[in-house]
Design a protein around this ligand. Sequence first.
Ligand code: CIR
Length: 270
Amino acid sequence: QRRTMSMSMPMPRAAIVRSVPGTFADALAMEKPADPIDVQLAKQQHREYVQVLEGLGLQVIELAADDAFPDCPFVEDTAVVLGSRALITRPGAASRQGEEVPVKQALERLGLQTSQAQAPAQIDGGDVLFAGGMLFVGQSARTNVEGLQALASAFPDVRVVPVRVPRSLHLKTVLSCVASDVLAVEDSPEARAMFASIQREAPFLKSIAVSPAGAANTVLLGGGTVIYPSGYGRSFESVYEPYADRVIPVNISEFHKADGGLTCLSIFVP
Ligand code: CIR
C-alpha cells in the first residue's frame, strides 16, 4: 500500500513561517469564535509546529510578525512555490494585501525566481493544490479567474484546473494530500463535489473521507511524512498510517478559530 513515490520526493530544504503577532486575536474569521483566540497559546502552538519542522531537518526561516497584519502567520496564502519558481500572490482579503512583501524577499534570498500577481487578480495560496502533477485552483471568495490566470502564466508548463469552492474559505480547507495519489477529503457534500471535479481531471487520485470539518487539512512532506491537525478529540494516526511512513499530530486549535489550517502556516521550498 505504501507509495513508491516517497522514495522519489525529497524533503523540502526550507520552510518559511511567520510569527504570531500580538494582534492575532483580530485575525479574520468567517464566524466569531465562541471561545476567543488565546494569543499566548497560539504562539506556543506555532513554536511547537516550528520544532516539528526543524526536527524533520528543514531549515526554518521565521519572518518577524507585523502587528499591522493580524493574519500574517498564514503565510501559505502569500506565495505558491513549485520547483525553483514562485508566484507571489495578491491576497483576496484587502486587509492582507502587503503580507506578501517579506515573503517575496525571503524566497528571492533562497534563490527562487519570482513573479507577482497583479490587480485585478486575487489569489490565496490556500486555494492552490498541487496533486497528480496538476495545479488545482479553488475559485472562491478569495481567488478569482484572473488569479487563476496569474498562476497559469507563472507555471506555463503545468496544467491548471479550476475547482468551484462554494462555501468554505479555501480549496485546501476541505481537502489536501496525504500521499502523492491520495487526498484527505472532508466528509461533507461540498467537499465530495470538489473532489469529484478534481477526479474528473485526475482519475488516478483516491480519497479518504475525514471528519470533522477542518481535519482534512494535512501537510505532506517528502512523499512519506504526514503532519495533521490534532485537537479534534480523536487521533488520525490509524487513518493515515497505511499511506505514510510517518504521521505527526500538531495541535493548532487557536489557528482554527481564525479559519486557518495546518497548511496555512508554512511555505515549503524544495
Ligand atoms: C483569513 O481569513 O485569511 C485567515 N484568517 C485564515 C487564512 C487561512 N489560510 C489558509 O487556509 N491557507
